[in-house]
Structure formats: C-alpha cells, structure tokens
Design a protein around this ligand. Structure first.
Ligand code: NAP
Length: 256
C-alpha cells in the first residue's frame, strides 16, 4: 500500500485534533509541525517536528525532500506569515494545500467591543486615563503595552513574559486554556478589570473571557484578524478531515 504523507502546520488545539483524526486513517502518515516557541508544548500524539523552515522556499524544499502529498495550514488565525508562506510553498512545490480557518467571534447584545487593526491600535484605544487591563494576547505582543505605563495590567500567558513589561504595575498569570466563563468572571471581578484586550481567536477555548466581559459590562478592545491567503479551507476539524480524505482517498481506500 502506498502511504500518503501529510504535513500539518500546527500550534493550535484543533491542529492536534486534526492530526490525531488523520493519523488514525489507514494509508495516511501525518507529521505535525510546530513553530517551537512554546517551552513545553502540549503532547501532540503524532510525530512532530519543530522550528521554522526558512520562509516559503524553505517550506517548499521541505515538502519536496520529505515527499509530502498534502500540506494543511492549521495555524492560529493571527499567524499570518506562516499562512502566507504555506500558500506560496504549496504553489512552488506543486503540492495541494488545505487550511483550517476557524471562524471569528460574533458580537452579541451587551458586548462593548472597540475594534482595532493591530496591537498598537489596542494600546491607543485604552486611552490616557489609568485602567485595569486584562491582557491575554500571547506573550509576543505584551511588550507593546509598555507604551501605556499608566494602566495596571493583569497579563496571562502560557510561557513567562520575558523580559517583564516595563511598567510600574503588572501582575502575571501562567496558564494554558481552555478557560471557563465562570472562572474568567471571577478573575475579572477579583482584579477589578475594566478593559479586556483580546484577539478575535474564535472557538470555545478562550471565549470565556469575552462572555464574562459581556456579563460584567466590561469593555473589550478586539484586535481584528490579519488577512490570510485564500486557499481551499474548512471551518472545523471534521470538515477538513473529509476534505483531506477526499484528496488522498483512493490510496487510503485501497489499503482498507
Ligand atoms: P507567524 O508570525 O505567522 O510565523 C512566524 C514564523 O514562525 C514563520 O515564518 C515560520 O518561520 C515560523 N512558524 C510559524 N508557525 C510554524 C509552524 N507551525 N511550523 C514551523 N514553523 C512555523 O506565526 P507565529 O509567530 O507563530 O504567531 C503569530 C501570532 O499568532 C502571534 O500573535 C501568536 O501569539 C499567535 N499564535 C500563533 C499560534 C500558532 O499556531 N503558530 C498559536 C497561538 C497563537 P519560517 O519562515 O522560518 O518557516
């Protein structure tokens, strides 16, 4: 039986679920690729590789050298560079590509969102008067808030923010989602938070803080998603598994 090889660009919970679902199918060999920035990534359950490829050309070379038959972009919606590289690499290597594009959140009655284009816009949107701000953006972006040292910050991240934010008032929490709405509500209340800064990550795992902010009447500064390349995509894991199975199907079915 010829085995079809799939490279999944991951780093999200869905990418892990997708990898497990595809690896369980006969005739498919899956490798999950991580950026390598999280110090102790969650166990992935399938073969993994870690670290950048060296741009689109490096990724194209990797696809060719390791004889991948399909590339799947299942990275975070804000990981725009790797998504652009993936589309370009697939074109260069002549390998089909699929993407998992998790839908963003919809505003609901009671939400108090201010939409901004990027992290610098979020810093601006907080205004000049001191506020108690909850940041759970990912540690790479926290540094930008040093430009607004008048606020008190509560910063949650998977890995420590290093160096710490250069502001007089910052508290840190290390935690990995998913986060429940009840717990988020308790956290926001305990720290007297009056502004939440968030990416529009979509999905359930980090929605708790958005629902909690709505329930408590707290303002949310929401950073819009970056533009991503248009490639064949699915909104959920099951749909993407079906698409991948269709693309690799005849071989997989012969092996059953
Ligand atoms: P990025 O800015 O799109 O990627 C930067 C570089 O990292 C890429 O050019 C690539 O390096 C490497 N890279 C990224 N993902 C990779 C993967 N799965 N396998 C191998 N190499 C990978 O993405 P990012 O720096 O990961 O994240 C950007 C934003 O998304 C941040 O705000 C971050 O907090 C958020 N985020 C991302 C993820 C994720 O799944 N990556 C998860 C949670 C949050 P080369 O060009 O050298 O190949």
């Amino acid at each position: 039986m010829t085995v079809k090889r799939i490279l999944i660009l991951g780093g999200t919970t869905e990418s892990r679920q997708l990898a497990a679902a595809l690896a369980a199918r006969p005739g498919l060999a899956v490798v999950l690729s991580l950026a390598g920035r999280t110090e102790s990534p969650a166990a992935q359950g399938v073969p993994t590789r870690s670290g950048g490829f060296g741009g689109a050309r490096g990724l194209a070379r990797h696809l060719t050298e390791h004889e991948f038959d399909l590339l799947i972009d299942a990275t975070h919606p804000y990981a725009a560079r790797i998504s652009a590289n993936a589309a370009e690499a697939a074109r260069l290597a002549g390998v089909p590509i699929l993407a998992l594009r998790r839908p963003g959140w919809e505003q609901a009655p009671g939400d108090r969102w201010t939409l901004v284009d990027d992290v610098a816009g979020a810093v601006q949107a907080l205004g000049t008067a001191p506020r108690n701000v909850f940041l759970s953006l990912g540690r790479q972006e926290a540094g930008a808030f040093a430009a607004a040292p008048q606020h008190h910050y509560l910063i949650r991240s998977v890995d420590p923010v290093e160096p710490p934010l250069a502001v007089p008032h910052a508290q840190y929490i290390l935690a990995r989602g998913p986060f429940r709405e009840d717990d988020e509500r308790a956290l926001l209340t305990e720290h007297h938070i009056d502004a939440v800064v968030s990416k529009d990550s979509g999905g359930a795992a980090t929605y708790g803080k958005i629902a909690a902010a709505r329930a408590l009447g707290i303002a949310v500064v929401m950073i819009r998603r970056p533009a991503l390349p248009k490639v064949p995509s699915a909104a959920g894991v099951d749909e993407l598994v079906a698409m991948a199975a269709h693309l690799t199907g005849p071989v997989a079915e012969r092996g059953v």
